[in-house]
Design a protein around this ligand. Structure first.
Ligand code: PHE
Length: 449
């Protein structure tokens, strides 16, 4: 009976692991290195980090505090707070956008999650041994265009996500993240050390930290902002619902800095694990999906112990994806559960099945349905555009505006219990910097220059 007793994390540590688990995902390990490469390495990394700490972290504080104050699903939390502050019920649209947006994202996130699972098996069974560039590309293309295979992996990935989520906050989410996140960290450190010893580490460090400003332009800066939102799991309801399971004794400001710091550290470590290998083997970075799925298998296929390293790498990617996908399923599950018409198990099954079906269309969009376009985009491209480029920035901006302009300052101060000077800095960012920065970016994303 969700309406009566709302669940809570059993400790601050469990919450931090869950939130870092949500933030660290395919965005860090699959997408970040590619974006960094496209944006000129160090220049992109610096701009990205500036966005994470100047805009992302204040918003993280905002979203967590809304969740904790609401103690409900994102929709009901927004409704409740708007009512308490004497504001219109329209503010609940921020919650709706999160619930619907996270549902759309899990539908295609799970497809890529399925690919990572299939690559674990590929690596374990020695399928990458001696693979050539052409064969690696052909393998990836065959896999994604096949009508059946990716759907099976998508189903397996979704089943794992559902299996964790239906066990509830303490029994499911918390148990999974407190085991998986430390494991992921150890694996990643191991891989960085391995890459550092066997790969071209100095080239990688140089690439990631020496900025080539000539590649920096407004588009790249926009990508960096979009990437910072996605990577921090912002404005999709995941952080808000995780915030709703928080108890009052946790300091949200400190937690947000820890989450943002860990997320950025993992992104950079992923770069330090991947690029030494890429440079050592003289590989070129191809299309977005290509870097980890088409390029790395070539390296794993050539190096000694490549089967083990490859298995560890794709295992790591899968673990990171799962701790994020559970946070993508949770907003809609928490909403359905709260209506008291369905218990948690049924709600999770229902949402998982619906997301599986919606996601299957995206998967088929690579093959049989590749002719289908929506506003000139592939199915997965369309879903990613409306969530990443429309719903996330808009919901993020309205969240900042709501807190900065429509909630009493005193109530926020009480909720956050921050040191005065930090509160002032944060409040200024939320009131002015975040909405204006997002507005500029949003305008450019939608209307171009
Ligand atoms: N942050 C996750 C990643 O980097 C994705 C995610 C986005 C998860 C939004 C939850 C909400 O992969």
């Amino acid at each position: 009976m969700a309406g009566t007793t709302h669940a809570h994390w059993s400790s601050r540590w469990a919450f931090i692991m869950a939130a870092v688990g949500s933030a660290v995902g395919l965005g860090n390990i699959w997408k970040f290195p590619y974006e960094a490469n496209a944006g000129g390495g160090g220049a992109f990394v610096l701009v990205y980090l500036a966005f994470v700490f100047l805009i992302g972290t204040p918003l993280l504080v905002a979203e967590l505090s809304l969740g904790r104050r609401g103690q409900s699903s994102p929709i009901r939390s927004m409704e409740k707070i708007a009512k308490e502050e004497g504001r219109t019920n329209w503010w609940s649209l921020v919650g709706w956008s999160g619930v619907i947006g996270s549902f759309i994202v899990i539908s295609f996130y799970s497809i890529v999650g399925g690919w990572t699972l299939s690559y674990v098996v590929e690596a374990v069974t020695g399928g990458m041994t001696g693979i050539t560039k052409d064969a690696a590309e052909a393998h990836f293309n065959d896999m994604v265009t096949d009508p059946i295979n990716p759907l099976i992996w998508h189903a397996v990935f979704m089943a794992i996500t559902v299996g964790i989520v239906l066990r509830g906050v303490e029994g499911g989410l918390e148990k999974a993240v407190t085991v998986l996140m430390p494991a992921l960290f150890v694996l990643l450190v191991g891989l960085v050390v391995y890459s550092g010893v066997t790969g071209d580490f100095s080239a990688a460090v140089n690439f990631l930290f020496a900025p080539d400003w000539s590649k920096m332009n407004a588009d790249v800066a926009l990508n960096a902002l979009g990437q910072s939102f996605f990577s921090l799991s912002l404005a999709l309801g995941s952080i808000m619902v995780y915030g709703s399971y928080l108890t009052k004794d946790v300091k949200i400001g400190k937690a947000a800095v820890t989450i943002a710091g860990a997320d950025s550290a993992v992104a950079i470590m992923a770069g330090l694990a991947i690029f030494p290998i890429v440079f050592q083997f003289g590989l070129t970075v191809g299309k977005e999906e290509g870097l980890v799925f088409m390029t790395l298998p070539i390296a794993f296929g050539q190096m000694t112990g490549g089967a083990v390293i490859g298995t560890l790498f794709f295992g790591l990617l899968t673990v990171a994806a799962i701790t994020s996908s559970i946070s993508l399923l949770e907003p809609s599950v928490s909403y359905l559960e709260e209506t008291d018409k369905l218990d948690r198990k049924k709600a999770t099954f229902l949402i998982g099945t619906a997301a599986f079906l919606l996601g299957s269309l995206s998967s088929l969009g690579f093959g049989v349905l590749s002719d289908v376009t929506i506003f000139g985009k592939s199915i997965i491209g369309f879903k990613s555009y409306i969530t990443n480029n429309l719903m996330m920035p808009l919901a993020g901006m309205f969240m900042a505006i709501f807190i900065g302009w429509f909630i009493s300052r005193k109530n926020i101060m009480d909720e956050l219990a921050m040191e005065d000077r930090w509160f002032r800095v944060w409040y200024f960012m939320i009131k002015f910097v975040c909405p204006i920065a997002i507005l500029i970016v949003f305008y450019n994303i939608v209307f171009g220059f």
